[in-house]
Write a protein that binds this ligand. Sequence first.
Ligand code: FAD
Length: 383
Amino acid sequence: MTSTATDAPARTVDTCARVGVIGSGIAGASTAFALAYRGVDVIVVDDATAGQATAASAGIIAPWVSTSTGAYYETYAAGGNFYPEFLKRLIALGIPDLGYRRSGALVVNNDPDTLAEAAATIRERVAAARSVAGENHDVDAAELAELFPPIAPDMTGLLITGGGRVDGRVLRDAILTGARQYGAKFVADSAQAITASSRGTWSVRTTSAMDEFDALVIAGGARSADLLDRLGHPVGITPQRGQLLHLGLRGVNTSPWPTIHPLDHHYITPFDGGRIVAGATREDGVGFDVRATASGTKQVLDDALRIAPGLAEATVLEARIGVRPMSTREGALPYAGAVPGADGLWLASGFGAGGLTMGPLIGDGLARLILGEEATEIAHLAL
Ligand SMILES: Cc1cc2nc3c(=O)[nH]c(=O)nc-3n(C[C@H](O)[C@H](O)[C@H](O)COP(=O)(O)OP(=O)(O)OC[C@H]3O[C@@H](n4cnc5c(N)ncnc54)[C@H](O)[C@@H]3O)c2cc1C
């Protein structure tokens, strides 16, 4: 992003303000919730276009086992640490289903040396986040088969007991329900044009109405770049397609099964009711084409069955496709903060492959920034 006003303080608002949020994925929903929670009048606009990353996501909340490093990892880990506090806020509202379960994360490999090398880093990370990440211990082939019966017999592993998994759709809806309970409103429409007024407000034109806000948050996922581009504020966010498959194991209690991480980009997430999610592709250069393709499906199945051949007879229930908002700046660092040179305009996007984990933390921090408070935990995500 280029700007002539990067050093000017961002214009903040007070709790009497009216704030618009474009996008109701994890970024927009979390920001809207955090603003409404603090008494702000919030309107969320979302057009439910196919490809929402939050709706497709695999739901793994176990940053410690990821291959990410540097500031991206620190943000990812901080997001994991914030989850229990965030979920408490929703539980306090009496929202019955958050789609979350702490069922453990299991790192697996068939090469003991590869596993041992990765385990050293993971153990350090888990120790640094002990209250959330829980304990860890080595798992031999016999215990592995008890914890996750479809696993290949030549694997051994490392179990992190605090690993969690969440149904992105259920959590998103729970957050929006919570935001509504604090007074937020939801508009199911497309934000077609955004304009800055001379009064210092932001107008959003949807297909059916025009609305005016004291501050506006762009949380449009991978489409955020296009929205900002049209306003003359280019930002480095590109779409990355992720295809995953939902498999079904009839009559099997998969609820307590941990998530499976074979030290690669693919993984397996068990949910309740025999549902197993296998994913995911990472496809750059295909834009917003949200089809399930033959090669994507093959890749996901090949990866999953190599790790867990016991899934071979599972039913293929559905393919889900989401478009990850990938940040192109150094270290793939997400964006959260004021848009320089555009008073009252804010951005929360570019969360990449760990956004379901980071979203609540970043949304909470951004809401405080908009209200003129400190949010040191996301200061490094400024534009
Ligand atoms: C296959 C896959 C698996 C993943 N697995 C994990 C995981 O296991 N753990 C994890 O932590 N993260 C995971 N992620 C990453 C995570 O899902 C994303 O980083 C996160 O959901 C991004 O959230 P978002 O709100 O920025 O974008 P989105 O969820 O894409 O939401 C953006 C919303 O903005 C709306 N919008 C855009 N433009 C407009 C407009 N002009 N008007 C109205 N509405 C608009 C869109 O319709 C959409 O609903 C995964 C992602 C994918 C694709």
